[in-house]
Design a protein around this ligand. Structure first.
Ligand code: MN
Length: 254
């Protein structure tokens, strides 16, 4: 099996190294990842500038391709130009920080996986709750088990599994749960500050709103101490609304 490994934290991030090690023995792993941190960059692609790439050695562990572009650029380039064969699986991560709820829409980690799926590969995004002294090696072992379970079902082209791992503590995770994506908004905080020259700037920050009784979502599963797996569609069509619109009368367009 050939696996394409990418991420949005950059090729030198600890998470991608842990994921590389965790995939050991599962297949041949090709790493194509951004040169610099691309978190929060979502599904951006580079079309107005050249996309430079070079072969790099990461520590003494692997040689990969570093791309001066976005996560989606990396996957596009890997599948369409750099790799001799289409990968059997695309893995993105391990991201430092969860990608649950609407963060899925801002996530470069998820975007890399989705790009793989658009190009006809099965794909898995792996994200890990941000905390002090994150144990990426343990998170990698968990991600490996999830990927092996998905493999039992068979890797299907175009499928995206979004995997989130909670902070690891004694007894946590309690298990693995399949849950839908939460859609609740963030409590945005936009801080206004000034720089040493007195120029004002804004800093975007914020937390998720308290999810309260919002059950059976990814965020709820994580809060309860479970690893959460959410299968994703990249077809954003609202099928229910489409059906209702089916018998609408439209004004003549000419
Ligand atoms: Mn990231």
């Amino acid at each position: 099996m050939r696996i394409l490994l990418s991420n949005d934290d950059g090729i030198y991030a600890p998470g991608i190294l842990a994921m590389y090690d965790a995939l050991d023995g599962l297949g041949e792993v090709d790493v194509v990842a951004p040169e610099t941190v691309q978190s929060g960059g979502s599904h951006a692609i580079t079309i107005r500038h050249p996309v430079l790439w070079r072969s790099v050695r990461v520590g003494d562990r692997f040689r990969g391709t570093s791309v001066e572009g976005t996560p989606a650029d990396c996957v596009k380039l890997a599948i369409n130009a750099l790799l001799p064969h289409k990968p059997d699986l695309v893995v993105s991560g391990i991201n430092a920080g969860l990608n649950t709820g609407i963060h899925v829409l801002y996530s470069g980690t998820v975007a890399a996986a989705i790009e793989g799926a658009i190009l006809g590969c099965p794909a898995v995004a792996v994200s890990f709750e941000l905390y002090r002294d994150m144990d990426f090696v343990a998170a990698g072992r968990i991600a490996r088990r999830v990927i092996e379970r998905i493999a039992e079902d068979g890797f299907r082209a175009g499928t995206v599994y979004n995997v989130n791992i909670p902070e690891l503590k004694p007894g946590i995770p309690l298990g693995i749960r399949v849950a839908r994506q939460s859609t609740s908004a963030m409590d945005e905080r936009i801080e206004r500050r000034s720089d040493p020259y007195g120029r004002e700037y804004y800093w975007l920050t914020g937390d998720f709103k308290n999810i309260g009784e919002e059950l059976s979502t990814d965020r709820h599963a994580i809060r309860e101490g479970y690893v959460c797996v959410t299968p994703l569609h990249f077809d954003l069509s609202d099928r229910g609304l489409m059906e209702r619109m089916g018998d609408w009368k439209w004004p003549k367009s000419t």
